[in-house]
Structure formats: C-alpha cells, structure tokens
Design a protein around this ligand. Structure first.
Ligand code: PMP
Length: 394
C-alpha cells in the first residue's frame, strides 16, 4: 500500500512507543509525562457525573456546538481575565479535544506545505508531530535557561518571510522544565510585534508553580495575532481530553472553528459538562494547591538525589513548577546509549533526540518526577548515578 508523504514523514512518538517497555511493573519510569493519578479528583468527579446527568439529561449525550459548551467557555474567560488582567469573552475561546488537538487545528489553518514554523530547540514532541502533518519547514531557535535566544529569533524571522507562526511553551517547558523570564518575555514581544506571524503560547503547566512569581503571557492582550492554549489535563484529568484555544483574532478563530468542524464536529460534550460541573462545585485552587505540594516534594527529592548521586559534570535544570527536569550529559556522551544502559538497570527516561527536529544522538535527556514516590525517585536516581560514574570513567 502507498501512504501519504505526510504520515511517512511524521515521527511516531518515541515516548509513546517506549511506554510499552517502560510501563513494566519492575521498571522505575521517569519517561512518561503523566500526571500523578493520586491527583485525580475521582470522588468529586463521580458526584459531578451524577449531578450533570440529573441536571442536563439527554443534553450530555447529544451532538453539540463546535466552539464548545458556553458555561465552560464563560468559566475559562472569567478565570483568565481574573488571573492575567485580560479582556477575554467566551467567543474568544474554542474547546478542543485536549490542547494537543489545538496544535493540529492551528497548523491546518495556517500552514501550506513548506511554510515556516519557529520551534524551540529542544521543543515539545507532540507539537513537532502535530505540525509535521502539515509538512512545514522547521526553523529552530535555541532555548536558553530563561527562554528563546532573542537575537536568533529576530534573525530567523527577518531571513524567512515564509514563517507563519512561532510556538513556545513559556511556563515549565516540556521537555526542559525552564520558565521564560519576565525580561525575555518582553524582549520576545518587542521582536514579534514587528512581524506578520502568529505567536502560540502553549500553557498546560502554568498553574503548577511552587516558586517564583506568576508572569504575564508574552503576547496575550497586546499582540493582534496572539494565541494562548490551555488545558485541564494537568489540573483536573487528562482522560477527559479538554483543552482550549484563546484568541481575540476573530478571523483566525473562524478558521479554527471550520477546521474543528471538519476534524471531529465538536469536543466530547459529556466531558465538557461534567468538568464544568466539577469546576463550579469544587474549590479548584485548593485542588491545584495539593497537586503543587505533591510535585514540589517529588521534584525536590529528585534534585536532591541528583546532587547526591550524579557526577558534578552533569548539568540539569531546576524547575519552579511543572513536571520535568532536563539533564545535559558531558559533551560527546550519547543519551541513547545511556538509556540502553539504564534500561538494563530497569530505569527509564526519555533521551533527548525526539525533542529536536534536526539533531540526533544528543547528550540531553528528560526526567519526569510526577509519577513516582519519593523512595522510588531516590532509588532510580541512585541507579542512574552509578551508570553515569561508570560512563565517565570509560
Ligand atoms: N502541550 C504541551 C507542552 C504538553 O506537554 C502537552 C501534554 N503532554 C500538551 C500540549 C497536550 O496536552 P493535552 O492534549 O492533554 O491538553
């Protein structure tokens, strides 16, 4: 059978593929990006399911509107306006099947084959996949400890008029865990405002902050072509598959709506009504505070263990929130080789390769801490440390 170039050129997710091996019960896995299931509000959701059915009956099981459940969009608008001093109305919001779908819809709307996309290097694998289906040209800009390299961004935009959008994860970035500084956000805004491009700020982790101050978005509220993506995956449950697009650009929203119609008509209305019921009948802030406390403890355990067991030549990020730590091994060390050795010791992580669009056999890797107990984290890092000492003396 002959397949499309689109699908043949789209990488299958290394992470999803290795999950089959790393999910074995005797493997300590720092590989997935899964929220901790103990953070799911199961009892409250049970009540909301019953309550939503009692209140809405057949509406939960009927087709619904493409833009999404109006009370949920109202809830999101109020929340974002309060948190960020924005002026968002429900019509500036479209509910998607996870924010992952928003990435695909936006690329369908904006990209012709060969059009340019600015990606962080390293960048979110799921975005690389979603965009690749539209066969773009990727322009990577280096991600520094405090955000994109601004000069490189300016140069890239100036030299490539085919660029349609810039994609960034400004808070607790996947895969590196870094957060863009206030200064970098301002500097990026000052570059982007002079170009006819869309700025996508993908923010599924922003609420999971345990240190430092909450920062304003780069473009929201001031760039005409600003898109912010949000998600309930990391603060309520990923299984309900609820994300959303926020943009005040009416034309762009109209096209996203059309793409959504063509893709799946609308997001699961059962999920939308149930999660909305949960949100209005529970204290979300208190729930998120519990998740933050849990993840902070896990992150600290991992960082302390790395300080104790890793050779001092190994560098790593120290996140202020979110779910990931990014490790840089000594120059010339292959993270893939390290991965194979680690799997022999039954510890898994994600070697850096899939997070780059144009590099392979890199010396970087991603560690997730949210899905293991402190004891398991300590043990896993200890095993990794042993291997790293052995590698550095080879
Ligand atoms: N964007 C980023 C940066 C992510 O890390 C993820 C989840 N791994 C997503 C989007 C997709 O999240 P969801 O579709 O569950 O909202």
């Amino acid at each position: 059978m002959k397949y499309s170039d689109k699908i043949l050129n789209t990488p299958s997710s290394f992470i999803r593929n290795i999950l089959k091996v790393t999910d074995a019960p005797d493997v300590i896995s720092f590989a997935g990006g899964l929220p901790n299931p103990i953070s799911f509000p199961i009892d409250e959701m049970q009540k909301s399911i019953n309550h939503a059915i009692e209140e809405n009956g057949a509406k939960l099981f009927q087709y619904s509107t493409t833009e999404g459940y109006l009370p949920l969009r109202q809830y999101i608008a109020t929340k974002y306006n309060k948190s960020f001093g924005l002026d968002i109305a429900p019509e500036d919001i479209l509910i998607t099947t996870g924010s992952q779908q928003a990435l695909e819809l936006i690329s369908k709307v904006l990209l012709n084959k060969g059009d340019g996309v600015v990606m962080e290097e390293p960048g979110y694998l799921g975005a690389i996949q979603a965009f690749t289906l539209s066969e773009p040209t990727f322009y990577t800009v280096q991600l520094e400890d405090d955000g994109l390299n601004v000069e490189q961004l300016r140069h890239t935009l100036e030299s490539n008029p085919n660029i349609k959008f810039i994609y960034v994860v400004p808070n607790f970035h996947n895969p590196t865990g870094i957060t863009y500084s206030k200064e970098k956000r301002e500097a990026i805004y000052n570059v982007v405002k002079d170009f006819d491009v869309v700025l996508i700020e993908d923010d599924p982790y922003g609420e999971l902050r345990w240190s430092g101050e909450k920062l304003p978005y780069i473009g929201a509220g001031r760039l005409e072509n600003s898109v912010v993506l949000g998600s309930f995956s990391k603060i309520v449950t990923p299984g309900m598959r609820l994300g959303f697009v926020i943009t005040k650009n009416k034309e762009l929203m109209h096209h996203i709506n059309t793409a959504k119609q063509a893709t799946d008509l609308h997001t699961n209305i059962f999920s939308q009504i149930v999660v909305h019921d949960y949100l209005v009948n529970n204290d979300l802030d208190a729930h998120v505070a519990k998740i933050i406390k849990l993840y902070q403890e896990q992150a600290n355990t991992m960082l302390n263990a790395m300080a104790k067991y890793f050779p001092s030549s190994i560098k790593y990020t120290k996140p202020e929130g979110g779910m990931f730590i990014w490790v840089t091994l000594e120059e010339g060390t292959s993270a893939l080789d390290f991965f194979n050795k680690a799997m022999e010791e039954k510890v898994a992580f994600v070697p850096g390769d899939p997070f780059y669009t144009g590099k392979s056999n890199v010396n970087t890797l991603r560690l997730n801490y949210t899905n293991s107990s402190p004891e398991i984290i300590e043990e896993g890092i200890k095993r990794l440390g042993k291997i790293l000492y052995a590698i550095s003396s080879e």
